[in-house]
Design a protein around this ligand. Structure first.
Ligand code: GTP
Ligand code: MG
Length: 147
């Protein structure tokens, strides 16, 4: 089963949106296999967003991600990577469709509430980066056969 890395950014934590976002992913049928509330170091933030190193907003992005606790998670399910991306909506919340996390809960591109891996390669890299050493739990829920 596919796994994806999802992070509720500092704005989502500060605004009390952890429960709403976790609930959406649970109700979709995805299974939570790892999670932690944590303060991100500058080093981890720069590594996580290294593909954006040369972008003009990189400094702002790293400052924002390190500005308060984030809620880091691994979710599992059929097509989990694409499903979460679709549920998140477009990067710019003003273009994100209603019904998506960003389309329902955010307004500005700099504070768009949530991150999700954008490809199988990113998911593998990000899960190793954020949860390296920890093994995501393997377990079954009795409802999984209905999903
Ligand atoms: P992530 O899941 O956070 O990686 O978002 P994404 O994959 O939808 O977008 P992308 O990887 O292209 O950009 C990473 C993050 O950088 C975005 O989520 C935004 O928070 C931020 N970002 C992108 N473009 C801008 C910008 O023009 N200004 C600012 N301040 N932030 C931006
Ligand atoms: Mg991205």
């Amino acid at each position: 089963l596919e796994q994806t890395f999802v992070m509720i950014k500092p704005d989502g934590v500060q605004r009390g949106l952890i429960g709403d976002i976790v609930s959406r992913l649970e109700r979709r049928g995805l299974r939570l296999v790892a999670a932690k509330l944590m303060q991100v170091s500058r080093q981890l933030a720069e590594k996580h967003y290294e593909e954006h190193r040369d972008k003009p907003f990189f400094g702002e992005l790293v400052s924002f991600i390190t500005s308060g606790p984030v809620f880091a998670m691994v979710w599992e399910g059929q097509g989990a990577i694409a499903v979460v991306r679709q549920m998140m909506g477009k990067t710019n919340p003003q273009e994100a469709a209603p019904g998506t996390i960003r389309g329902d809960l955010a307004l500005s591109i700099g504070m768009n509430v949530v991150h999700g891996s954008d490809s199988p390669e990113s998911a593998a890299r990000e899960i190793a980066l954020w949860f390296g050493g920890e093994t995501p739990l393997k377990y079954e829920r009795s409802m999984d056969r209905w999903i």
